[in-house]
Design a protein around this ligand. Sequence first.
Ligand SMILES: [Zn+2]
Length: 315
Amino acid sequence: MSSSTDLLNAALAAARRGWPVFPLKPRGSFPALHGHAECPGTGICANGHRKPEHRATTDPRRIQDCWSDDDYNIGLATGPAGLVVIDLDVPKPGKPVSARWAERDAADGMDVFLLVCADAGQTPPLDTFTVTTPSGGTHLYFTAPAGIELRNTQGERGNGLGWGIDTRAHGGYVLAPGSIRRGRRYTITDNRPPAPLPAWLVEQLRPAALPPQQPTEITTGHGRRARYLDAAIHAETERVRAAGGGERNFSLYCAANALGQLVAGRELGEQDVTELLLHAAHDHVTAGAYSWNQAHKTIASGLRAGAARPRKVAA
Ligand SMILES: [Zn+2]
């Protein structure tokens, strides 16, 4: 059987499971469809460019038509498929496992995932639909939770699970079994139906709540005491905003610690201080220095430290 027939059959098999597919470049991992920049604005894009996720289909006729053109690899749109796929990677040359995992003897993404499970006190959820990748990595397939739109995560960034662990959900795709890279196929190694994504992983992967949209105003009143509090708030939020490089998380902690002393002295409200600091941290989160989750945690831990040294403003 030719590889194009194999690819067509593999695409149809994915569609029969209810997983929408779209073509990727032959032997590649990027969409074969035009990108946003080259959109002709005709056909399916007549009302605006449609991303691969929205063009993916389970319609056998459209799949037949498409895969009769070329040996396309198979993109599986995880969001519309109702799947969350945990992608456990193996180190690429020159990109070893990061130090904090390597010192715990992790050699690849699977090792890191097993440590993440152990740290959470959970059994590794390995009894599910599984695909082995040409590089020796592993794709664990899970059904997505109802009512929560999980997005992709990458490695340790944001609320990612850890080194070498990507997750693919809404806005993402994986190469479906049957796809070919470096002359080897993505192969199903456990053919049972996908298990539901365990609740503890849903919690870890759930996007953090966005901070309030409007800057918080704290009414500090008039007079010397108010001026003192205003100056303290200004100095500490400025410290957070101005921090650079490796200082950014520590500055957030120090600011929370300093203002936390005034919270403990009942001069400021804890909620107000948290919101002010989240606002000050906004650009750092956008730049990927830390996630909203991490910012919340850093502020909470700074406030706890500050609570040990209550401070009042002299009347
Ligand atoms: Zn388009």
